[in-house]
Design a protein around this ligand. Sequence first.
Ligand SMILES: C[S@@+](CC[C@H](N)C(=O)[O-])C[C@H]1O[C@@H](n2cnc3c(N)ncnc32)[C@H](O)[C@@H]1O
Length: 658
Amino acid sequence: MADVSDTPPSKEGTPVLPPKETPDLPPKETPDLPQDAGKSDEKAEGGSEAASDPSMYRYIKNDLFTSEIFKVEIRNLPKFIGFNDLKKFLSKHGLNPHKIKLFGKQTFAFVTFKNEEERDKAMKMVHGVQWKGQVLSVRLAKPKADPILRKRRQDEGEGAGGQPPSKRAEGKEEEEEEALSVQIANVVTPLWNVPYEEQLKRKEQQVVGVLQTLAKEIGSTNKAMLPWLFAQKGKYNRMCCPLEAIRPSPTLTEYRNKCEFLISMGANGEDKTIGFRLGKYKGGSCAVVGPADTSHVSAEAKRVVSQFQKFIRTTAYSMYSPETYEGHWKQLTVRTTRTKQAMAVAFFNPQKLEEEEITALKSSMRDYFTDGEGKDSGVTSLYFVREGQRTSPNLEDLPCELVSGESSIHEELLGLKFRISPHSFFQVNTGAAEVLYSAVGEWAQLDQDSTVLDVCCGTGTIGISLAKRVKKVIGIEMCQEAVEDAKVNAKLNGLSNVEFHCGKAEDVFPNILNALVSPNITAIVDPPRAGLHSKVVLAIRRAEHLKRLVYVACNAKAAMNNFIDLCRAPSNRVHGAPFRPVRAMAVDLFPQTMHVEMLLLLERVDYTSQQQPATAPRKKRHLSRRKQALSLTLCTLYQYSEQPGNIHFNSLCEADSS
Ligand SMILES: C[S@@+](CC[C@H](N)C(=O)[O-])C[C@H]1O[C@@H](n2cnc3c(N)ncnc32)[C@H](O)[C@@H]1O
């Protein structure tokens, strides 16, 4: 589904994401157990009914990118391997898979690649290779069936006659349907009828759960922290650190500055409707409902949608159908600012149209929004994207053609100015982002000697908002356009102590960190939903001069592995003293939905010596073997400094041996 806004969208900084469920981009595969777990691929994923119906594979015959074409099945895998094990194994053989799908405890996996060359290389490199005593075999695998067609077929089989565009109240076939405005509110703003205080409580509770889990995880991955952890859990309701009161969003409605709408058949039967999808593509529904009654979309964005809908209805071009892959109009992304600017990005599949026809369409679009009926829509920046031209998985490869107006929009935040280009990430709730960034600034404990590393910096918002308080800001970001924005933003705000580097954090961050000699470094990381690449976490762990880390997580559960790795005991893989969580807080950027941002401050454990206390070995002789083992573990790992909340390590050993 496109950004229906029940997600903290585009955390990846890819505002032009096309709908996830369209067959040209099959749903992201995770190591989770899929429904069809256990079935081998004799007939292709999706079951036998799919295999007998060639229409279910129509999507791979288009010119679009889909890694489903470059898919293999690896068999005879060792038992109990996980997603990461397989990923590492493939990477060790120089392979870079696009997707990996494992099936619980089964010994086979489906792996897709970005092109034929990589797929063939995988077949050559992996076939016959021995891994943990198992000789692997690799063979070509058929693609997955189009989920919507599969669902339709299933429904037909069940006699349901296909899924109706809108949902009926469960078990009450005869009763009237719920109003579409209620149905769509339930999808995009599922908490719309829950009082805000209650929403905040639920979100806070989510974060409590995360911190309690983290406490358990730290306990099992860093035994030396047990005494400290024991005290923390006792004080803070089984959490690893105190949780401060959740900070609410300053605005509860119309707070979104960016929405991604789909263009499809309206659930009310109206053709070429721009709105949010009512159900999931794989649930068998493509119908959309306009945003007019949706509480989190701004009036400005609604105006743009309404004008754009009028415009596309005047054109001869139909809406794009993800079922038949025919048609043209696909998606509209709208961004608005407090400065009353608006960017509209229209996604259009050119199919086999001639270049002249596209040029004529773009010019009629320009006329409509500059001199025609759309003149008062507020659009200051109008873009056109040829969606069907995507031949690579990189969304940034989709060129945005400026049709009229400015190439970017400008937002004001914390009294500063920010340029935003179409591909650049910007927090979707500007008011709440101010609350978030202010908290980051408070927690980072900065002074004029500080160097701030702003990792995954987008347009530079966090670093730029802190720059006047510190000696230097270094931002790292992989989206080229966002980095260009960030550089311009530094100038716009008269700053000369900031620099921005373009690249994946996992590639550039370790070198930047190693080159820094300043003893006063604070890192602020604000990664996409999946969290930081483990290389970044390992680099942070190694850089012992980096003492403080503020982690901004839009999906705290997904960031859990990062938190654990930051806190786990040193090992062959993880070098450098661990961090420990010091304080946490939730900030609500997404009212009416269950999503929330979490802020976690972590500080490096300060231990001065790893030597065993001189008295310990002698005393150990009198201990039981179990106690000896525990005592040794504790003694040889760290000696905590005597800070509030720490138990001094010597006294722990003595207590244990008495
Ligand atoms: C959640 S946004 C945060 C942006 C910024 N801190 C802000 O508040 O506006 C995450 C950013 O990380 C960038 N990103 C995603 N993966 C990355 C990677 N591997 N290395 C560097 N940046 C990455 C995205 O382009 C996006 O701009």
